[in-house]
Design a protein. Structure first.
Lengths: 252, 571
């Protein structure tokens, strides 16, 4: 079975994010980049399915040449080949990204597309849904368990919803988005890292895909959340009530 | 091509500006680094408390996991299932293992002293049989040399290997002391005397009846297993003799060459982590209304910690790369070629780490004395680095001994070097010439002046005492101290020179200078001690002392600390 997975280049969740002084974006000069944590889970799921059913895992990253790093990491984890869509650094909104992926899917014709449910940088949570719509495929989002039956060409997907688990059945090909508890991604093994160099990695220029990616969403400005104010120590309950009144937490 | 291709030649050459530095690692090595760092942070660090309680089964589990990832396959040759990678990669990994010193020492014992003897001296059959399993930690290895009565005097072994009458087996009897991994090992490299005479190495499988004592209750590195290994009539097949009968010392010492070099990695990695921990703490801790990190004395400590770390790393990457590039056929020869440098890394690295760890505790104040804080463990963990892999005393004696031996055998042109040194000392403008083009030129000048003076003084020292030099331990050790200071300082300057045009060029230059200035008094001290014994007709101590131009150390310290703090806190 052929599985397409995504690897968005996002800042390491452990790095401290600073904004550019003009608010046009984040200052990337001193931060480490990794594969979006949810995409990592998607990649892991793809690899597990491949290990079970055979086939191929193709990893796609959309962005600048620097995304090669994330593709190589996915290849080191065990993916078979990589596709980089080189945007030359231009801004894409979620619709644009989904359109590009839809183009790649038309070419690659995978049996299954697995994406992270959202990216940890913009937290948009849109691409998988739009992609399914563009392709006209069934979708199962926020998957916490995926079982595949190749005979009936179906996937049974569990989703954690408020108060319980929803079980969905989708026919393949389908789009699945990965939630946090779907699996625990593996470490790239050292032999895997060595092999990654020899695995095929194709770069496609965004212009050559001939899709209209002019954004319909415009980013106006980035702002840091307000600095947290320090707490205040009170002596007794009376003082506490007084303080709560002053800060208008208590309505009377 | 580097100009410094042979062991000890640094003593007669200026540190090359094409020195290999940590910044020069390639894309793959970067990925390796990131993967292993992730593994350490996510898998090992969270288990630290369990390991600290002495749960060696946790250590074993983690070793197995690391093994599955291929962490120990790095240096195993490809023919035997390994990755056959370079020593620089291995060094880098060693640094990262220091997120947990107990884990690090267990890994090092498995790889450097536990696997290398087979890589170096194993027969084709032995390599085929054992290396693939060692590469992925399917089997864990230990190295058993020390005995209760044979510590520093390691060859004074009482363990006996008696051949069976059919010659097919050796029966081993004896007790080994302080064996790392003993409680979790499947395989032991054991040294014993055949018929009580010929010191020989054996590969011994645990299931052939190797017994171990109780876990030692140690000061630190509590998550590593350390036990006696007890051999009572353990029958070892003759084909498990490792290397030649009577050549056990060759196996033992060459494995230690790897271990000693790698201790530079532990020291560099440990230094970096402890500096980070200390800076983060100092940024949070408020006294007198300010975070203590703003106090100049704290900055002074940070400048020292980071400059020492910089020096260790500069020297250890340099050395690892030299070993990688040495083309001497058999692999053990490359390590042997750079045994002096490796010993310098062992002693200099562990002494620098001692200082760094101590200051990390000091910056934590009373909290550094509490078990709740990581530095408390680091303080106890660090101590043994100066004891094992040969005590620092024994290693300090080894350095000049190796140099003398190489000089006598004509492996190095020691007397030629002394003559050249004399010319340079007589004509200091020549030294100025050879150091021009480097950053921190004044510092490099002083280092070169000291280095050449040390050669001349050493020659006088050797010729004055002849064979009796063995009894002159104090000056032999001081000679080593000076040489260690010189190697570390010049490696720092060379690294700063290489990166002088990078955005961090100035920072590097400052660290190289600061390190040189803080180390130089120790070098001068060495000259004083040696001259007090050999005679001071040259007045080297004074000349060397005045070779270093005084600079504004305070501004330097503050600038280094500020930049270090900026880098660490924005992480
Ligand atoms: C935690 C731990 C793990 C270890 N792991 C291993 C292992 O895996 N395998 C293994 O084989 N060994 C291992 N060792 C043993 C270690 O290598 C020895 O402890 C070390 O070589 C010193 O020997 P010793 O303890 O008998 O000290 P001694 O040799 O008794 O030394 C005592 C003191 O005397 C000094 N001294 C000794 N001889 C001289 C001399 N000629 N001149 C001047 N000073 C001298 C020493 O420097 C030291 O300060 C380990 C030790 C420890 C503590």
């Amino acid at each position: 079975m052929k599985i397409l997975v995504t690897a968005k280049r996002t800042p390491d969740p452990y790095s401290k994010i600073k904004l550019k002084p003009d608010g046009s974006g984040i200052d990337t000069s001193n931060i480490k980049f990794v594969i979006n944590s949810f995409d990592e889970i998607a990649i892991e799921e793809g690899l597990r399915k491949k290990e079970k059913f055979g086939g191929e895992v193709v990893v796609v990253s959309i962005g600048t040449q620097e995304c090669v790093e994330q593709i190589r990491t996915a290849l080191a984890m065990g993916a078979d080949r990589g596709i980089l869509v080189d945007t030359g650094g231009r801004y894409l909104d979620q619709l644009g990204v989904a359109k590009i992926l839809a183009r790649i899917v038309e070419d690659e014709k995978p049996d299954l597309v697995i994406l992270g449910k959202q990216a940890i940088d913009d937290d948009a949570n849109q691409v998988s849904q739009i992609l399914a719509e563009l392709l006209g495929w069934p979708q199962a989002t926020f998957a916490s368990k995926v079982d595949i039956d190749l005979n009936s060409k179906k996937a049974v997907v569990e989703r954690e919803v408020d108060g319980g688990i929803e079980v969905d059945e989708v026919s393949l090909p389908a789009v699945i988005s990965a939630d946090l508890r779907l699996n625990q991604p593996r470490y790239a093994s050292l032999p895997g890292i060595m092999k990654a160099r020899q695995k095929p990695l194709k770069t496609v220029k965004i212009e050559d895909l001939k899709v209209d990616v002019s954004p319909s969403v415009e980013v106006l400005k980035f702002e840091a959340p307000p600095q947290r104010q320090g707490g205040k120590k009170v002596k007794d309950v009376d003082e506490l009530i007084q303080a709560l009144k002053e800060s208008k937490v208590l309505p009377f | 091509m580097s100009t410094n291709q042979k062991g000890c030649e640094f003593m007669t050459q200026v540190a090359p500006a094409d020195i290999f530095t940590p910044e020069d690692i390639n894309e793959e090595q970067k990925m390796l680094k990131e993967t292993i760092e992730k593994f350490m942070k996510e898998e090992v660090v969270p288990r630290a408390d369990e390991m600290e309680k002495g749960k060696i089964e946790v250590t074993k589990e983690l070793l197995k996991k690391a093994g599955e990832m291929g962490m120990f396959a790095i240096e195993i040759p490809k023919e035997y299932g390994g990755l056959g990678l370079d020593k620089v990669s291995a060094l880098m990994v060693t640094e990262l293992m220091m997120y947990n010193a107990s884990f690090a020492v267990s890994c090092e014992a498995h790889v450097t002293i536990g696997s290398y003897p087979i890589i170096f001296f194993g027969t084709e059959e032995q390599k085929k049989k054992y290396l693939p399993d060692l590469a992925y930690a399917k089997k864990i290895s230990a190295y058993a040399l020390t005995e209760p009565q044979a510590g520093s005097d390691a060859l004074n072994s009482k363990t006996v290997a008696t051949p069976t009458s059919d010659g097919k087996y050796y029966v081993l009897n004896g007790t080994k002391q302080f064996i790392t991994n003993a409680g979790i090992a499947d395989l032991f490299i054991i040294f014993a005397k055949v018929n009580g005479k010929d010191f020989t190495a054996f590969i011994v499988e645990e299931e052939w009846g190797v017994k171990t004592g109780k876990e030692e209750e140690k000061m630190g590195q509590k998550g590593s297993s350390t036990r006696q290994v007890i051999l009572e009539d353990v029958k070892v097949p003759a084909e498990n003799v490792l290397g030649e009968i009577g050549k056990g010392h060759k196996v033992a010492l060459n494995a230690l060459n790897v271990g000693r070099m790698r201790l530079g990695g532990s020291a560099g990695g440990g230094g970096k982590l402890l500096t980070e921990i200390a800076v983060k703490y100092a940024a949070e801790r408020v006294q007198f209304g300010r975070p203590i990190i703003e106090f100049p004395l704290i900055k002074w400590k940070i400048a020292n910690m980071i400059s020492k770390t910089f020096a260790i790393q500069s020297a250890s990457y340099r050395t690892a790369d030299l070993i990688d590039k040495a083309q001497l056929g058999e692999e053990w020869k490359a390590f042997e070629e750079f045994a002096v440098e490796a010993t310098i890394l062992k002693v200099g690295g562990s002494e620098a780490l001692r200082y760094i760890t101590d200051e990390a505790v000091q910056i934590h104040g009373g909290y550094g004395y509490l078990k709740e804080y990581e530095v408390e463990r680091a303080y106890r963990d660090e101590r043994v680095n100066r004891i094992y892999e040969g005590t620092n005393e024994i290693n300090r004696l080894n350095i000049p001994e190796m140099i003398i031996r190489r000089a006598m055998r004509g492996r190095i042109d020691f007397f030629g070097w002394v003559q050249q040194a004399q010319k340079l000392i007589d004509n200091p403008s020549e030294i100025k010439k050879i150091v021009s083009g480097h950053t921190a030129q004044d510092e490099l000048y002083a280092i070169e002046f000291a280095k050449r003076s040390l050669l001349i003084l050493a020659q006088r020292m050797f010729s004055k005492f002849g064979e009796e030099i063995q009894n002159e331990q104090e000056i032999l050790a001081e000679f080593s101290n000076a040489l260690i200071g010189i190697y570390f300082a010049e490696s720092s300057v060379a690294r700063a020179t290489k990166h002088q045009n990078k955005p961090y060029g100035k920072y590097y230059e400052n660290m190289a200078k600061f390190y040189t200035h803080t180390t130089f008094p120790e070098i001068v001290q060495a000259f004083r001690v040696i001259e007090s014994r050999v005679g001071d007709s040259y007045g080297f101590a004074e000349k060397v002392s005045s070779a270093l131009t005084r600079i504004d150390m305070i501004s330097l310290s503050r600038a280094i600390a500020d930049e270090t703090i900026r880098i660490i806190l924005q992480k």
